[in-house]
Design a protein around this ligand. Structure first.
Ligand code: GLN
Length: 489
């Protein structure tokens, strides 16, 4: 048996049963990272000693006959905007280079309590701002299917790691598509949970009213398995939803319930706005559901088109406020060229932040400034409400909405970096789910003419992740995309 052919869940079962050792799996993945990651660039830090020590602890537990957690001994990667005490947390920014957090993120605690082996921290666009991972201040990640192309972003390192077999699963964060779009570009599953489903404690904030952490995996079962571990209330995040308001179901058990008679909403004009290969693949995927018994319902979502404008006002406004804390005093980089405190502050920030982060701080500060607050920020909040109500009316009629994840497949490295607006337009399909707070996932649904993966986006009502995963699973059952691997995977 090749250990790399196992899913995360299968590997955990083998380790828990004592048929495989976590230490062997961990050593195997570390060797593979040494060999393959120089060509992919998925990781910013590999936590070799931490991973080997954790693996040994899990194996010891198994040997002693003690119970082990659901992720027993499975090597998992996490995005480098999740705080860890055992490795640096940089957000791929020079301003945090070398910073080590004094605490672990909630999801890190949950992974560790579930006996996962955190093998390393993955590259991202600086502070998760971007759609290609090209805005990273610390590393370059390529798409494992074509090294000339971007892996998507901002969780590009996590998606590339899973696609290239450099981790059995990964966590990413999604403020406007950063789990789904890289998952789509790299041919893996990416799930953004409902806002409030997973605690953001220890996730470095970008747009606090939009950010969510979620799994990036090879199949829907692994996504359910990981979501079981990370979902649930945490008093340290005041937006995390208490169990009495939204109990956490067993997502894996939910996969076995029937989903064939699902009602699928589509917005035809929207689905046809992508490039032809994407339009075709998404249409064919929806036909697979129809053939299995689904009812297809045409919907209007009149405010969907405003998502880009609305998101890039609200997200930058929140970012400008969240990033005020990087002052050269509390965290990370401090200028060597200091004079008085105003100079420490301005020079440290000028040296530490990359161009896209600076652009967003300026945009957000402008949108919040006294003369423009009503015209931009307040108006953005109102539009957000309209987008939310589009989803509410949709979910009164249908069980889910399906559309592409992105208008194109992975684009070439360098193609959009010089034109931020083109980069923002690449997010046209993913931003609305964050503005509305609803759960959404990306599922591989085919390849374009160049052999690059295409993602189908499925969006459900708040806290219907169980249904979302069931719908994804239904599609997977018919066709096993996970067997087709990228060239450097
Ligand atoms: N591409 C979007 C942005 O640049 C979304 C990023 C994200 O989800 N973190 O803001």
């Amino acid at each position: 048996m090749d250990v790399f052919d196992l899913t995360a869940r299968q590997l955990a079962q083998e380790i828990a049963a004592g048929r495989l050792r976590s230490l062997d799996a961990t050593q195997a993945i570390l060797e593979r990272i040494d060999k393959v990651d120089p060509h992919v660039g998925a990781y910013l830090h590999v936590c070799r000693n931490h991973a080997l020590a954790t693996a040994q602890r899990v194996d010891d537990k198994v040997a002693r006959g003690e119970p082990v957690g659901p992720l027993a001994g499975v090597p998992i990667a996490i995005k480098d905007n999740l705080c860890t005490r055992f490795a640096p947390t940089t957000c791929a920014s020079k301003i945090l280079d070398g910073f080590v957090s004094p605490y672990d993120a909630h999801v890190v605690e949950r992974l560790q309590a579930a006996d996962a082996v955190i093998v390393g921290k993955t590259n991202l666009d600086e502070f998760a701002m971007g759609s290609s991972t090209e805005n990273s201040g610390l590393g370059k990640t390529v798409n494992p299917w074509d090294p000339q192309c971007v892996p998507g972003g901002s969780s590009g390192g996590s998606a590339a790691a899973v696609a290239a077999g450099l981790a059995w699963a990964a966590l990413g964060s999604d403020t406007g598509g950063s789990i789904r779009q890289p998952a789509s570009f790299c041919g893996v599953i990416g799930l953004k949970p409902t806002y409030g489903r997973v605690s953001r404690y220890g996730l470095v904030a970008y747009g606090s009213s939009l950010d969510q952490i979620g799994p990036i995996t090879r199949d829907a079962m692994d996504a359910a398995w990981l979501l079981n571990v990370i979902a649930g209330h945490d008093a340290r995040d005041s937006t995390s939803v208490p169990a009495d308001r939204a109990p956490v179901p067993d997502y894996l058990a939910a996969l076995n319930e029937p989903a064939a008679d699902v009602k699928i909403g589509v917005v035809p004009a929207l689905n046809e706005a992508a490039e032809p290969d994407v339009v075709r693949a998404v249409r064919q995927a929806i036909e697979v559901y129809a053939a299995a018994g689904a009812e297809i319902v045409e919907l209007a979502m009149p405010h969907f088109d405003y998502a880009i404008a609305c998101y890039y006002i609200l997200a930058t406004a929140e970012a400008s406020s969240n990033l005020a804390r990087y002052d050269g005093v509390h965290y990370g980089h401090r200028t060597a060229d200091a004079g008085d405190y105003v100079q420490v502050y301005t020079r440290s920030r000028a040296e530490g932040f990359g161009p896209e982060v600076k652009r967003r701080i300026m945009l957000g500060t402008y949108a919040l400034s006294s003369g423009y607050y009503d015209a931009y920020y307040l108006k953005g909040l109102k539009v957000r409400q309209l987008i939310r109500s589009d989803f509410t009316s949709a979910f009164n009629r249908v069980d889910c909405v399906m559309m592409p994840v992105a208008p194109t497949t992975a684009f070439k490295i360098g193609e959009k970096v010089a034109d931020p607006l083109q980069m923002y337009l690449a997010d046209m399909y993913t931003l609305a789910a964050n503005l509305a707070g609803v759960p959404a996932l990306s599922i591989p649904c085919g390849f374009d003419g160049r052999g690059l993966p295409i993602g189908l986006q499925v969006i459900c009502a708040p806290f219907a992740e169980d249904r979302l995963l069931r719908i994804a699973r239904l599609y997977e059952e018919g066709r096993d995309w996970s067997t087709r691997r990228p060239s450097c995977g």
